[in-house]
Design a binder for this molecule. Sequence first.
Ligand SMILES: Nc1ncnc2c1ncn2[C@@H]1O[C@H](COP(=O)(O)OP(=O)(O)OP(=O)(O)O)[C@@H](O)[C@H]1O
Ligand SMILES: [Mg+2]
Length: 416
Amino acid sequence: MATVRADKIYKIFGRHAKDVVTQLENGVSRDELQKQGATPAVINASFQVREGETFVVMGLSGSGKSTLIRTLNGLLPPTSGHVYVDDQDITTMPPKDIRQVRQNTMSMVFQHFALFPHRTIMENASYGLRVRGMDSSERREKGRQALELVGLKGWENHYPRQLSGGMQQRVGLARALAAETDVLLMDEAFSALDPLIRRDMQDQLIDLQHKLAKTIIFITHDLNEAMRLGDRIAVMRDGEIVQIGTTKQILDEPADDYVAQFVQDVDRSRVLTAGAIAEQITTIAPGSETSSTLELMRGADLGAVFVVDDALRLVGALSYAAAAQAAGRSERWIDGSVDRQVPTTPPEAPIVEVFEQAAGTELPVAVVKQDGTLLGALPRTALLRALGKQATSTNHQAQQGFQQPPAGAVQEAADV
Ligand SMILES: Nc1ncnc2c1ncn2[C@@H]1O[C@H](COP(=O)(O)OP(=O)(O)OP(=O)(O)O)[C@@H](O)[C@H]1O
Ligand SMILES: [Mg+2]
């Protein structure tokens, strides 16, 4: 597994780039420098992407996202600052070593599919391996596996023009996966797709990420997409990162008006996940005594507790009413009163999917990890509170003015 760290990255287009960095450091504004003909595309960007994390970079068109991601894999040398991939400083490496890192550690998925029109889907998917010098049978095998992962089994011998946009994008993803690199860089990889297919691709990426746990840096100008996919999100404005945080942090505490404007349009029920808003709940062991349990619940004013076993796996729930009734019947142990039909949800479920469950029960919905252990609970109050901060006004300003660069598709593929 690999980590990627950006340390005070500057990328200036135009002449006297190093001087421009000094001027920026001395407080001269970007606007002022632009008047003088320089383009500070990335200004003092620092962050560390953890192993297995999906780190999203979000911002309006022209904010510097593509420039930043291209410095991360060495396609563009930064004007100053350093990029570390697994603690190796790639900014000081000779070009041939950087190419090695690109081939072995970081793959890139581009917005405009970047497929070769006259090569088959299989040849496109395994292209990176050919460049690496892998023999043809091994290449085919890895290509086949990657195409299967993205749901394109059976299309190996077709050509890109025979595939829909969504399918072509999946070939781009398959090519990156076939390289089996730890790091995936995705620059607006889904932006050219229509909304339904885009959602589908997002779901597929989330699924793949569960299986593969890659370190992903994903660029988008769509905050909904950012929040669905990202473990953390970096918001860029005019070359600078203005905030880095989880979906919840960015929704609840936008760093400035720019971020707040983006946040207004977000459907909180779809981007906040059960795991993000789960609350702690008091748990007891199976075989607890009724009297002491009731006392505990009364003392802490608990409406319910969860029962978990030694391995923290959920056994059931006990409501205050059920505990009180058991005490009334003088039952010594709580086990007969435990409700084993507790509604559960995985942590990654958007909360919109939890409402129906919550409506059908008095108990909090249990948030349960894939291994069956309890992460927390969602009482109805938590769900309502999470929605409560939703802005009522709609502001579409933040979505205006997006223009995609022309499709330099094949050129981009050749860069890799
Ligand atoms: N090769 C280049 N030469 C000169 N200026 C460039 C170059 N590449 C990018 N820029 C400028 O750098 C700034 C940031 O561009 P960049 O492509 O990184 O933005 P972006 O956030 O990816 O935008 P988009 O959402 O439209 O893709 C812009 O002002 C752009 O004009
Ligand atoms: Mg871009």
